[in-house]
Design a protein around this ligand. Structure first.
Ligand code: SF4
Length: 350
């Protein structure tokens, strides 16, 4: 059962409550370089990114937000560290949410000021703790992370601000799990999930899916971000793959493909790659099966909307696990592609 969390609005989207778990990412460009940042955000929108965060290290970056916002279509979060003036400036420039660590702000007048302006403009604040933010490694890391977040929440609550999103991240999966399980019971603020500094693609996919997946299966989490040392679009693709695997979201292409074995009758891997590259960006939910042989192909892919399977010098195309057409092997992919395009058109117009 999903944990009860309060609803927080971020620009035109909402997280928490019964709202879908949203997928977000962070730009890897210099925010002051407006055209590169916009270009990257638009490419993220193309793969379904629903919320974007940008780093705001100085005034020029905070001021760039207003122009960036004019050219994008998804809510923007300003990521601020240490300097409260940048939080104020980011909100004035149209940031839909800010990520801030109030315990880093020594002048409490600034906390009052930021809370006031954020409240007036309906801008939520994400507070959070990362293991990396501690100067000295604490003896009890989970407790330290929770105490840090609880302190940040208290600082904002004390100035009558509770439009809050919480995140607790560590590069260690088990630490992240334990801390999130505990914080989920202490507060009802929506939780942003992620394994921080999770490494390159392969390592991050494993660690993030294990950590974020475990929490989501336990009903915890309202928005997710895969942190990957790679192109930001793969963070979004990974996020949706996980949500689809857990039946939490339905979106675009899902590929069911076999690993191949000694029975395989076709050159399967290039076909899987072609389907992914040619149809990976469709928005209608569609399950496509690509199987190496007819022995197990249609049966294993019974849940698929459409599929292909290798046969002797030929291949079969099937829909919902039933064979509908047998074609010579050389024509297999092209015939399959025609059927697939037909099905996408039908789905898009229904
Ligand atoms: S579908 Fe056929 S080729 Fe693929 S793994 Fe199963 S038995 Fe092997």
């Amino acid at each position: 059962m999903r944990r009860h969390s309060r609803i927080v609005r971020i620009g035109k989207v909402k997280i928490g409550g019964d709202n879908p778990v949203l997928v977000q990412s962070m730009t890897k460009t210099d925010t002051r370089d407006i055209s590169s940042t916009v270009k990257q955000i638009l490419s993220l929108e193309d793969v379904g990114c629903e919320i974007i965060r940008v780093a705001v290290p100085d005034k020029e970056a905070a001021n760039a937000i207003s122009e960036i916002k004019k050219q994008i279509h998804i809510p923007l979060i300003a990521d601020i560290h240490f300097d409260p003036r940048l939080a104020e400036l980011s909100i004035l420039n149209g940031a839909d949410k800010i990520r801030l660590n109030p315990s880093n702000i020594e002048d409490k007048e600034w906390i009052v000021k930021i809370a006031k302006i954020a409240k007036e403009r309906g801008v939520p604040i994400r507070v959070g703790a990362n293991l990396g933010s501690f100067k000295v490694r604490p003896t009890n890391v989970v407790k330290a992370l929770i105490d840090s977040v609880a302190n940040e929440i208290k600082i904002l609550n004390d100035v009558d601000f509770d439009d809050i999103v919480v995140s607790i991240k560590s590069s260690d999966v088990i630490t992240t799990l334990q801390a999130n399980m505990k914080i989920a019971k202490m507060f009802d603020y929506p939780l942003h999930l992620g394994i921080t500094e999770a490494g390159p693609l392969f390592e991050s996919l494993v660690k993030s899916s294990a950590g974020i997946g475990y929490l989501l299966i336990n009903g915890i989490g309202d928005t997710i971000r895969y942190s990957i040392s790679d192109e930001p679009t793969v963070e979004v693709e990974a996020g949706f793959s996980l949500l689809k695997a857990l039946h939490l979201r339905e979106r675009g292409l899902t590929i069911i493909s076999c690993p191949t074995c000694g029975r395989c009758e076709i050159d399967l891997f290039p076909m899987v790659k072609r389907v992914k590259s040619e149809f990976g960006n469709i928005s209608v939910p569609l399950k496509v099966a690509i199987m190496g042989c007819v022995v197990n192909g249609p049966g294993e892919a019974r849940d698929a909307d459409i599929g292909l399977a290798g046969g002797k010098h030929s291949g079969v195309i099937f829909k919902h696990g039933k064979i509908v057409k047998t074609v010579p092997e050389k024509d297999l992919y092209n015939e399959f592609k025609k059927e697939l395009i037909k099905l996408i058109k039908e789905r898009s117009s229904s």
